[in-house]
Ligand binder design. Sequence first.
Ligand code: HEC
Ligand code: HEC
Ligand code: HEC
Ligand code: HEC
Ligand code: HEC
Ligand code: HEC
Ligand code: HEC
Ligand code: HEC
Ligand code: HEC
Ligand code: HEC
Ligand code: HEC
Ligand code: HEC
Length: 294
Amino acid sequence: MAALAISALAVVAACTLPTTEAKAPEPTVAAEPTAVPAPRAPAPAPAKDIYDVEIEPLTLAQCGQCHPTHFGQIRDEGGKHRFDCRECHEVFHAYNPRLNNWDELMPDCASCHTLPHGEKFPDCIGCHINPHTPVYIPFAQTRVADACADCHGGPATELAQYPSLHTDQACTLCHYDQHGYIPSCFECHQPHYQGQPLVTCAECHPVHMPLEMAFGDKTDTRTCQACHTTAYADWTKTPSKHGQVNCGVCHTAHPYIPTCQSCHGDPHSASLHERFPNCLTCHLNAHDLPVRRR
Ligand code: HEC
Ligand code: HEC
Ligand code: HEC
Ligand code: HEC
Ligand code: HEC
Ligand code: HEC
Ligand code: HEC
Ligand code: HEC
Ligand code: HEC
Ligand code: HEC
Ligand code: HEC
Ligand code: HEC
């Protein structure tokens, strides 16, 4: 009690110190220290109830102090579960081995979710093995790899309907290790020419039906050069206006070949076309048309 009174005095003194030092003490201020009496008679203070305190609920950060791993997992990979622990853990620190109550204590997915993937997938934790990192789904510990086509009809159908050598590969040959992984083409293939950027691959090859290519006026003609050196060389050096037409404008798909008439119709007399049904009899080379010298 005595120690308390003295420190209280010290606090009052400390608070008033700056003003008293700065200028002549105002009577009222000066009066205060002296007004504090010498240690009061040890009057029996009302017994203080040590339980008479407000308990603040634990903060999220405090949960994190003791559970740094869980905190870190949610912070870094919690995705849409990045909310307060207690939204899920309404009851916690209540596990009692005697009651064997762990399972009933742990949050139930069904309290917030229905069956987002349908009746066929009721075993949430079987794939979402850690609710603190809900979309981390490693193949090795889950049965997700057997079920790709159940949830992704699109890619499975494309692979089946447009046969290519990718059709013979398992989904997990490319999407390996964990759910959602997307590989680079360069993990398995070389570019057509040195320095060809990765982004171009998908412009021509939709990966689940890589031979369904559509070309156009923006097609990267250097790719064609890699396999069709003669056609490319002719086309590059021709003085004809065909040299300004992208390969992809004529060959809109692979290995589609257009007829001359699809763009030009029959430009000459009917009798000429009847006599020479093949335009190239005179025009010789689609990639390098002879043109009149000027
Ligand atoms: C989206 C709901 C959800 C949130 C948010 C959540 N948890 Fe959990 N937590 C669960 C579920 C469900 C389990 C039970 C997991 C199991 O059965 O494998 C669990 C288990 C636990 C366990 C015991 C099992 C273990 O992994 O050690 C601890 C400790 C825990 N959570 C701490 C926390 C802390 C701390 C936070 C906040 C930083 C938090 N949880 C946020 C759902 C959640
Ligand atoms: C002072 C340290 C401390 C704080 C703060 C703390 N915990 Fe715990 N918690 C523990 C210990 C110790 C265990 C038992 C060992 C274990 O499972 O890690 C535990 C176990 C748990 C469990 C699993 C067992 C059970 O009985 O529920 C959950 C869930 C849990 N804590 C959630 C939380 C949440 C949520 C917060 C914040 C609101 C929190 N804890 C704050 C120390 C702490
Ligand atoms: C307290 C409510 C709550 C509980 C309990 C809960 N979730 Fe969620 N969960 C949410 C909310 C809210 C979202 C975000 C909205 C949405 O996508 O439905 C979410 C989103 C998710 C996501 C998507 C995460 C993302 O980042 O895209 C998965 C996966 C998920 N929950 C699985 C589970 C599983 C599995 C359990 C049980 C272990 C569970 N949740 C328990 C509330 C909860
Ligand atoms: C066969 C494995 C599997 C099972 C079982 C499973 N999930 Fe999922 N779930 C996934 C995968 C894979 C994703 C996609 C995650 C991503 O976005 O990367 C997903 C996504 C989700 C999402 C977010 C996207 C959406 O469709 O809303 C929620 C929420 C979710 N799951 C909840 C649940 C709940 C609740 C259960 C149990 C009733 C459950 N899941 C069972 C594999 C599974
Ligand atoms: C239970 C349902 C479910 C199963 C099983 C499942 N997925 Fe998914 N997957 C989802 C959901 C939901 C998403 C997120 C929404 C979306 O993009 O369609 C997703 C997203 C993806 C993505 C895109 C990720 C991104 O970043 O765009 C890939 C790739 C993927 N899944 C591949 C697979 C493969 C491969 C398998 C089998 C090994 C598989 N999934 C099994 C539900 C599932
Ligand atoms: C030869 C490798 C390969 C195979 C085999 C493969 N994928 Fe993909 N997948 C990819 C690549 C690469 C992408 C990214 C494509 C992009 O970004 O345009 C992708 C994208 C995806 C996506 C996200 C985009 C979308 O189209 O919805 C899903 C989902 C997916 N794949 C599922 C599957 C499933 C399911 C299978 C098996 C039925 C499968 N994939 C087989 C390489 C492959
Ligand atoms: C994980 C390995 C892998 C990845 C990633 C991959 N592929 Fe393939 N791809 C293969 C295999 C295996 C074949 C079969 C031919 C072979 O053995 O080289 C193939 C064949 C092809 C073929 C020839 C198809 C046919 O039927 O003639 C094309 C085109 C192709 N891939 C393009 C791509 C493109 C573009 C990407 C990226 C979007 C890609 N691949 C990503 C493994 C892969
Ligand atoms: C301008 C269109 C175009 C672009 C861009 C393109 N390709 Fe191709 N690719 C083709 C054509 C056309 C074929 C020949 C298909 C055939 O033989 O039927 C082919 C064939 C392939 C093959 C089959 C094996 C081979 O070499 O014969 C692979 C693998 C391949 N491409 C990978 C890629 C990759 C990886 C990229 C990105 C760096 C890419 N492609 C970019 C048009 C393109
Ligand atoms: C990876 C090598 C490769 C690339 C790149 C490639 N092709 Fe081809 N192309 C071939 C092969 C091999 C054939 C013959 C087999 C066939 O018909 O598919 C062919 C056939 C053709 C044919 C038909 C030839 C005939 O005599 O019937 C045309 C037209 C053609 N390609 C145009 C193109 C164009 C335009 C490009 C660029 C957008 C291109 N190719 C890129 C390999 C390639
Ligand atoms: C103005 C339209 C047009 C353009 C532009 C064009 N082609 Fe052709 N290409 C044709 C026609 C028409 C034929 C058929 C010629 C024939 O019947 O002999 C053909 C034939 C081919 C053939 C098969 C015969 C051969 O010459 O080897 C290949 C390969 C080919 N083109 C590739 C290309 C490439 C690569 C480019 C761009 C560098 C290109 N073409 C630009 C119209 C075009
Ligand atoms: C995809 C459309 C397309 C196809 C197919 C096509 N051409 Fe052309 N052709 C053009 C265009 C575009 C021009 C330039 C017109 C202009 O600028 O006036 C052109 C110009 C010409 C010219 C004038 C040459 C010049 O340089 O002035 C001749 C001759 C010609 N084409 C013949 C042919 C023949 C023969 C074929 C078939 C082997 C053919 N074309 C196929 C689009 C096409
Ligand atoms: C008997 C030879 C012969 C045949 C066959 C022939 N042409 Fe020509 N064509 C010519 C001559 C010669 C010219 C004029 C060349 C010039 O003015 O440079 C010409 C010019 C053209 C021109 C350019 C017209 C212009 O106004 O500049 C086009 C386009 C053309 N031909 C398309 C075709 C097509 C398409 C066919 C097939 C259906 C065809 N030709 C068949 C001889 C022929």
